[in-house]
Design a protein around this ligand. Structure first.
Ligand SMILES: [Zn+2]
Length: 690
């Protein structure tokens, strides 16, 4: 009893004493135990998919996985004088879902040119009439476009007892609906016919937004240029996300059969394979094309001095170019009065050579000097990294848009050739939902560009430092989490969609090894080729492929903007044993990784079970993230090297874990004159690296 009273008095005394101290410099929360979340949120959409067996926790397509297929047959005519494309299309919509479709949602991206629709932070300079739809028929029944939209909207039969009727609404918006009188039954196919026209917008400078689609009336770069069937999936049904400009696409896979009618002498490039070279090319060009796959030389198919009907193309006032593509999620093309056409090859492992085509105006020749070799390196490197390039060709198209990707087509010169080629894997092969989850597209691409860039220079990629650098961004109130739909990411759209993913994958490499990250991503690419993974599929797949429960990792990176904020809070030695007090002030946990440098002489170095010697007096000692799961903010890391003196300890030596202030990661604290300058930007090695 007496002892207990004494203890209570001591505690009261210390509390009273503390109350007189000035407030601590550290954030108040640092003294509060933290709860580590060890799973990821499940939204209603992914719960539905798990329940239906379309997706599951293996991260592979579930036993009941399905996706719509849309096969397009398009005939389009370009009138260069009015800068207008007039088209008709017939779409076979294969409803592979287990439900009847009571409506069809259309994407009319060109309505963004109307200027009267919602737009994001970037949009084209010229306003037009947008996508003007003049006819819609479903299974032969024509929609009365003059009729008012159905009551109640949404095409689900409206309110009350109003009979279901065939009708369209929203044709002046980027997303429109056709409500059906007769639903399209599960597993049935419907034919949708649409007639339309659209003027391709230029701009005062003919440059800028990727949707600027022409230079005067001599070069056209049509993209998102025809009415498309929106994506319908097992997660949310119809994708009704508006096209706002910045966030990109989520499209169905299917076949394309496209005929493009242009003035004679104008070269046309596009998605797919040209079906009628004998009708549109000269004999000379056809002969030159037979040599493209012979070597890595860049050869001329149509030269600058070959211009006009009979020289650049077959003779004739108008020519119809016919392209076909199997299993792609879009179709883009370009044409110009005076394109130069050059070509080379890339050799795809396990497949052989495929052609790389380049079409550009003569005045841009200097932007294409290195485009062939850069694109070849990208196709070959990414084929080895993820999965072999599956398409029969790749074309670089010159024009006002010089940084945009479509299947088999990149609107790019050499400047963005590596990045835009990377997009052939996402979203052209792995059809992720870019509109919502830009990080699964642009973010993965940024990561692979780091690897490709290093490979092309013959150096090792620098991934050290990237993960740690996020600590300097974490806490910015403008940052949306990565799971927040990219359309709503605001002023930090670029960071959320592009820059943050390589930082996340740098930390992942710091936990499992960079080679393991890349192996798992390669398996993920193959498992989801020509399918549509969700973030949960990616998370589950990676956990399985890496053989680890990393849900805590995905939770903090994808659903929060938290960081680790690690520090060495103290070091004490008693006999042969040294205890390092490691502290984490952030909400994100991480494994504890210490680089321990030992004195040159002394007792023999005793190995530690969780240590890896990188030379005879330097060890990397690791404890798993689990040491934080009980909630303490400090971890006592025991070191025992058999009595050999320790000269220096560095926390997170690879700089992989987000840290606001890495200067407190070193023991003993360097004298002020020895303090290294703060690390600059992303990727700076600084003092990082084992
Ligand atoms: Zn991109």
């Amino acid at each position: 009893m007496i002892r207990r009273i004494a203890v209570i008095l001591c505690l009261l005394g210390s509390i009273a004493l503390e109350a007189q101290q000035p407030a601590p410099a550290a954030a108040p929360r640092a003294s509060v135990p933290r709860a580590i979340r060890r799973d990821v949120p499940l939204t209603n959409s992914i719960r539905r998919a798990y329940d239906a067996g379309t997706r599951d926790t293996t991260g592979r397509p579930g036993p009941n996985y399905w996706q719509l297929q849309t096969d397009y047959t398009i005939a389009a005519r370009l009138d260069s004088a009015t800068q207008t494309i007039t088209g008709t299309e017939s779409i076979e919509l294969h409803n592979n879902s287990p439900e009847a479709l009571t409506e069809i949602v259309l994407r009319l991206d060109h309505n963004i040119f109307r200027g009267l629709v919602p737009r994001g932070l970037s949009y084209p300079a010229e306003n037009t009439d947008g996508m003007v739809v003049s006819k819609i028929a479903v299974n032969g029944d024509t929609v009365d476009l003059a009729a008012s939209p159905p009551a109640g909207g949404g095409g689900r039969g409206g309110r009350g007892a109003a009979p279901r009727r065939l009708a369209a609404s929203g044709l002046d918006q980027t997303v429109a609906r056709i409500s059906l009188a007769t639903p399209i039954a599960a597993k049935a196919t419907a034919t949708v016919q649409i007639a339309w026209r659209t003027k391709l917008p230029g701009g005062p400078d003919g440059r800028g937004h990727r949707m600027t689609q022409r230079i005067d009336d001599t070069l056209f770069q049509p993209t998102q240029w025809f009415p498309r069937i929106a994506k319908y999936d097992d997660l949310r049904g119809w994708d009704t996300s508006l096209y706002l400009g910045p966030a990109e696409f989520y499209n169905n896979f299917g076949r394309f059969d496209v005929k493009i009618d242009v003035p004679g002498g104008w070269i046309v490039s596009g998605t797919g394979v040209l079906q009628n070279p004998q009708e549109v090319l000269t004999a000379k060009a056809r002969e030159r094309l037979t040599h493209v796959l012979d070597s890595n030389d860049v050869i001329t198919i149509v030269g600058e001095d070959e211009s006009g009907p009979g020289l650049s193309t077959a003779p004739g006032d108008r020519l119809v170019w016919h392209f076909k593509a199997d299993v792609v999620n879009d179709f883009a093309w370009a044409t110009a009065k005076n394109y130069v056409w050059r070509a080379t090859r890339a050799t795809i492992p396990g497949k052989g050579p495929v052609p790389i085509h380049m079409v550009y105006v003569p005045s841009h020749a200097n932007l294409y000097t290195n485009a062939g070799p850069i694109t070849r390196h990208a196709l070959e490197f990414y084929s080895k990294l993820w999965a072999p390039y599956p398409f029969p060709q790749l074309t670089l198209q010159d024009g006002p848009s010089s940084g945009m990707e479509y299947p088999m087509v990149i609107n790019s010169n050499q400047g963005a050739a590596d990045h835009e080629t990377g997009h052939q894997w996402w979203p052209m092969v792995v059809g992720n939902n870019e509109t919502w989850y830009g990080w699964m597209d642009e973010g993965f691409n940024q990561y692979m560009n780091i690897l490709s860039g290093a490979d092309s220079r013959g150096t090792a990629p620098v991934l050290d430092g990237l993960g740690q650098s996020y600590g300097r961004t974490s806490g910015d109130e403008n940052e949306a989490t990565m799971m927040w739909a990219a359309n709503n990411a605001g002023s930090m759209y670029g960071f959320q969609t592009y820059s943050k993913t390589p930082l996340m994958l740098s930390m992942l490499g710091g936990i499992v090894g960079d080679a393991e990250v890349q192996r798992a991503m390669s398996e993920y690419t193959k498992a989801w080729s020509f399918k549509h993974p969700s973030p949960w599929d990616y998370i589950n797949f990676m956990d399985k492929a890496l053989g680890r429960d990393l849900q805590w990792f995905w939770y903090y990176w994808l659903w929060t903007t938290e960081s680790v904020d690690g520090a060495i809070a103290g070091v004490s030695t008693a006999g042969a044993k040294t205890t390092v007090t490691v502290r984490q002030d952030g909400q994100m946990p991480s494994p504890v990784v210490l680089k321990v440098e030992l004195a040159a002489g002394g007792p023999a170095v005793k190995p530690m079970a969780n240590a890896r010697m990188i030379d005879d007096k330097t060890a990397i000692v690791t404890w798993p993230v689990d040491v934080w799961f009980l909630g303490s903010r400090t971890f006592q890391a025991p070191l025992d090297f058999g009595g050999r003196a320790i000269t220096k300890i560095t926390l997170d030596p690879g700089c992989r874990f987000p840290d606001r202030d890495p200067s407190d990661n070193v023991w003993p604290k360097p004298a002020p004159s020895e303090t290294p300058a703060p690390r600059q930007g992303f990727g700076g090695r600084g003092t990082c690296g084992e």
